[in-house]
Design a protein around this ligand. Sequence first.
Ligand SMILES: O=P(O)(O)OC[C@H]1O[C@H](OP(=O)(O)OP(=O)(O)O)[C@H](O)[C@@H]1O
Ligand code: HPA
Length: 192
Amino acid sequence: MTIILAVKPPFELKRLYSREEISEVVRRLSAQISRDFAGKDPLVVGVLKGSVIFLSDLVRELSIPTEIDFIGTSSYGNGTTSTGQIKITAEPTARLAGRHILIIEDIVDTGLCIEAIMKYFSKHKPASISICALMDKPARHQVRVKIAYSGFTIPDKFVVGYGLDFSQHYRHLPEIFTMEEAPDAGQLASDD
Ligand SMILES: O=P(O)(O)OC[C@H]1O[C@H](OP(=O)(O)OP(=O)(O)O)[C@H](O)[C@@H]1O
Ligand code: HPA
């Protein structure tokens, strides 16, 4: 399925993962997490805003009790490349010391965001910190990242949908799409 967006320059969204493929990955990750964190009362921390849809599907598949919290970060502004300036915009409210913390990311791209988040949690003396990421874009990593629970390994393309945005749009789409300039973008852009 391809959607052409009437913006300038025109972009096209091409479906990368269907709802079924996403559900299958969510079930696989939840089973691994349920097994590894049994009896550990983990604190599941979603990285705002992109992870909220993934997190809400993931926790409903878990067979163990968890506490949920969130951390806010911002790095992409209105574009498709990281500014490299990672800001923690909202802190979790749960007790962190001595906890088994599971960070839920929608995507690891450059890895700069997750690196800043790991630094933040390390300061609070948790029992352990693990990362669960729905998508990983290894071609763009700028730092070493250890993802314990990884969903899809994706090519070096900007993706939207299922929580991920471009300039705050398209988070609501239930599937995941690559977003690229339409092939005739130059032609269309110069038409008027
Ligand atoms: O690996 P990186 O290059 O650091 O990129 C990954 C991060 O960037 C996005 O967040 P963003 O800052 O755009 O905020 P959002 O989740 O509110 O869209 C995404 O949701 C990840 O948290
Ligand atoms: O490919 C992406 N899509 C949306 N947000 C992102 N943040 C980092 N990479 C991406």
